[in-house]
Design a protein around this ligand. Structure first.
Ligand code: HDL
Ligand code: ZN
Length: 420
């Protein structure tokens, strides 16, 4: 007998879910933000929002001058051009443009006036520490995981000098150069005192493990992370696969740290766009199934850049309990795909996933990235709980809150293990 869901029950359930999703503080498990101790590396404010590389790429579609001319301008001059072309000359309809406006609106600023100088004045008057707290409160973000690279010449010295941590900011050890550019990276490790050569001898591999252990310790890494080109293969007679197998994964097993892999990025498709110049390619998910199946004692986090791969990794997550899928990464971080990917994950895998991360590069972006995603995640969850209600299953308010806590960082923290 069809369970006629009363209008009152529909309304009550919808309100419960929307309230829980809107109010639950989230662990943002992948960002490019920095602990305030890193000073100017932590980007924030209207000019950083406007010169976000997503908007740079969109603006160049209207610019008819050489790339170098833009790069020679100051950040303020670049922001002026972007504001003019993407907000004034054309409606700011893209997700990255809309995001700037959502952030301004949620900070209580009037976008109707389109007064960029006035907006600049407001941001200039913000006190850094108070502003960080304000952005995290407005976005309802309880924890921010950074992307920390020993290979970043601006970041490394601050870690080596040491500083008092802001406990709201956790760390992830980013190791792309080690895995995808080993021949260029080996000399750097040698310069830093690790006895390595480009030849992957036993001594080199054990020194790479010492490097990973030193940095995991130094930054208190919650996981290790790498982005990979679409053609990464495992097993494979390539430095990436060999270093992964003989240094990275043993280190992760020994330290209990997950290894996050983000496949499908084609770096510098258009180098003239600099950070905005990367593209997407579909990977062979079978290579990752091989890797995960061969390492049952390792924990893997995966998000993919290709929409099709996100579906395939949903299926892979059903096969491997040591795989935790997360986020709508980069080009998939747009409403239509966030909805599709979240719906697919909940329907195929259930709640043992992490639906979103912000990937924010500018502090204030956490406000719009989470506002936009919460609305979509809320809508999908309402549908799912209404589907349950139609069977006669009554989800309690406490159970809804438990599930949302899981989706907003709880499942991730359990997957990482209390120890790390
Ligand atoms: O490799 C990554 O972590 C990506 O997120 C890149 O940083 C990319 O430039 C980005 O910012 N995506 O949102
Ligand atoms: Zn990122």
């Amino acid at each position: 007998m069809k369970n006629a869901l009363t209008e009152a029950r529909r309304k009550a359930l919808t309100a419960q879910v929307e309230k829980a999703v809107a109010a639950t503080p989230v662990y943002d498990i992948h960002t490019h933000l920095y602990d305030p101790a890193f000073g100017e590396l932590l980007l924030c404010g209207i000019d950083d929002l406007l010169t976000y590389h997503y908007l740079v790429a969109e603006s160049f579609r209207y610019f008819d001058f050489p790339y170098e001319k833009f790069w020679a301008l100051s950040k303020t001059q670049q922001a002026d051009l972007i504001w003019d072309v993407l907000f004034l000359q054309h409606s700011p309809i893209s997700e990255a443009c809309r995001g700037v406006l959502t952030t301004l609106q949620m900070l209580g600023l009037d976008v109707k006036k389109r007064d960029l100088p006035k907006l600049r004045k407001w941001f200039a008057a913000q006190k850094p520490d108070a502003y960080i707290t304000r952005c995290m409160e407005v976005a309802r973000v309880r924890q921010i995981c950074m992307t920390n690279s020993p290979f970043d010449d601006l970041e490394r010295p601050r870690w080596e000098k040491g500083f008092r941590r802001d406990e709201r900011f956790t760390s992830a050890l980013r190791i792309d150069p080690l895995l995808v550019a080993w021949n260029d990276t080996a000399p750097k490790l040698a310069k830093w005192g690790y006895k390595v050569t480009t030849e992957l001898s036993d001594r080199t591999l054990s020194e790479v493990r010492r490097f990973l252990a030193d940095w995991s310790e130094r930054i208190d890494a919650k996981y290790l992370m790498v982005s990979l080109p679409p053609d990464f293969t495992y097993p494979g007679d390539n430095a990436c696969a060999r270093l992964m197998e003989t240094a990275v994964l043993p280190h992760c097993r020994e330290s209990g740290l997950p290894f996050a892999m983000m496949p499908g990025v084609k770096r510098a498709v258009n180098p003239q766009l600099r950070l905005a110049g990367d593209g997407v390619g579909r990977c062979d998910t079978g290579t990752f199934e091989n890797l995960i199946a061969a390492h049952p004692d390792n924990k893997f986090l995966i998000t993919a850049l290709s929409r099709e791969n996100q579906y395939e990794f949903c299926v892979a997550a059903r096969k491997f309990r040591n795989l935790h899928i997360f986020g709508c990464w980069w080009f998939t971080n747009v409403p239509h795909l966030i909805e599709e990917i979240t719906r697919m994950r909940l329907e195929l895998v259930g709640l043992s996933i992490t639906p979103q991360h912000s990937d924010a590069r500018v502090l204030d972006q956490i406000i719009y990235k989470w506002e936009h995603s919460r609305r979509i995640i809320s809508g999908v969850l309402v549908d799912k709980y209404l589907d349950l209600a139609r069977t006669g299953w009554e989800t309690t308010t406490a159970e809804i809150q438990r599930d949302v806590n899981d989706l907003f960082g709880g499942a991730f923290e359990r997957f990482c293990g209390a120890s790390k």
